[in-house]
Design a protein around this ligand. Structure first.
Ligand SMILES: [Zn+2]
Ligand SMILES: [Zn+2]
Length: 336
């Protein structure tokens, strides 16, 4: 029998009798990271990588029953050896390594292969079977180095500031927002954060990640001169809301891997799109899969069919896994 199978509640470890990122409440859950489609409330017991503690408690509740392991630390449960390894996706994100009777499986959760300084970089883990995401699993997705994207953001912000306009940058509250704050040139002007972004900034700072000083955007009025060269970081759901009126004249932009698709920017109705993703691009997915040495690959969310077909063509035993992982970067998603 397979060590991990897809069940109606989530990915299930048969020998260990626990779930990985279950989307329905279960007794024992192992959580790869704090994004809403992977970390749900209502589980009796949570196990996660220690660097994600602040995120999980902020998002799921301070009083969840949470057990923590450092990256690489080993736990035995029902004969299964479990450990977490960095996934490079967001603060605390982990791949789950499971070993049972000499058979090794790794469930990646979401991952990104370019290190970004806001979380431990992705570490390939050797295994027999690799469970991979495929959010951007199409050959058209090839990211530019992030330094180039940050330079584009800086230039846009600087140009707006010179014209006396605020710059509103939409980004997902957890992960993308902090990565942008970490990477941009904070000397251009004041930085304001939406109320859904600020608590997560605090968690990152507490974890020792450099996040420049931010002020609460809600404290500012249209007439405030500070807004004329300010950068405002807000979740996409704030776009078009009355919350935006306080910024007077502004330019807006959206940072997401989906900005690779022109149609997405048009639908969003923003002035600029910055192609910045916290997921592996097509070459990144293929590199990561190769690094594991796995002969068998299970593909979860994203472009499952395309990636499965490609992997079979190169001689791997690949198949899709049906899951309910949406994804935090879905263009239609309105939640922050
Ligand atoms: Zn994620
Ligand atoms: Zn995901």
């Amino acid at each position: 029998m397979d060590l991990v199978v897809a069940r109606p509640e989530g990915l299930y470890c048969t020998a260990g009798d626990f779930y990985i990122d279950p989307w329905k409440p279960v007794e024992r859950s192992v959580i790869t990271h704090g994004h809403g489609d992977h970390a749900h409330t209502g589980n009796e017991h949570y196990l996660a990588a220690a660097p994600g503690e602040g995120i999980l408690r902020t998002r799921l509740g301070q009083d969840i029953n949470l057990q923590l392991l450092e990256y690489g630390e080993v736990l035995q449960h029902n004969g299964v050896t479990l450990s977490f390894h960095p996934a490079g996706h967001v603060l605390g994100s982990a791949q789950v390594r499971l070993e049972y009777k000499g058979e090794v499986w790794v469930a990646s959760g979401d991952y990104k292969v370019e290190p970004d300084g806001t979380c431990a970089p992705f570490e390939p883990v050797r295994c027999h079977t690799f469970i991979t995401e495929s959010t951007f699993g199409l050959p058209i997705y090839r990211w530019q180095p992030q330094a180039e994207i940050f330079e584009e953001v800086n230039q846009w912000w600087r140009a707006n500031a010179e014209q006396g306009k605020a710059s509103v940058l939409f980004a997902y509250s957890f992960g993308k927002a902090q990565r942008l704050l970490h990477g941009i040139d904070a000397s251009i002007g004041p930085i304001l954060a939406h109320g859904s972004v600020e608590p997560l900034n605090r968690v990152y700072r507490d974890a020792g990640v450099y996040i420049p000083e931010t002020q609460y955007a809600g404290d500012f009025k249209k007439t405030d001169p500070a807004l004329r060269n300010a950068l405002i970081i807000a979740p996409p759901s704030a776009g078009g809301s009355t919350w935006m009126r306080r910024f007077g004249e502004y330019s807006d932009a959206f940072a997401s891997g989906w900005m690779r698709l022109r149609g997405t920017r048009r639908r969003r109705g923003v002035d600029r799109g910055f192609v910045l993703s916290d997921h592996a691009d097509w070459p990144g997915l293929l590199w990561a899969i190769e690094q594991t040495g796995a002969e068998r690959v299970m593909v979860t969310h994203g472009s499952v069919e395309v990636l499965v077909r490609y992997l079979r063509d190169i001689g791997l035993d690949a198949q899709g896994f049906t899951t309910e992982y949406g994804n935090e970067e879905e263009p239609q998603e309105v939640a922050s």
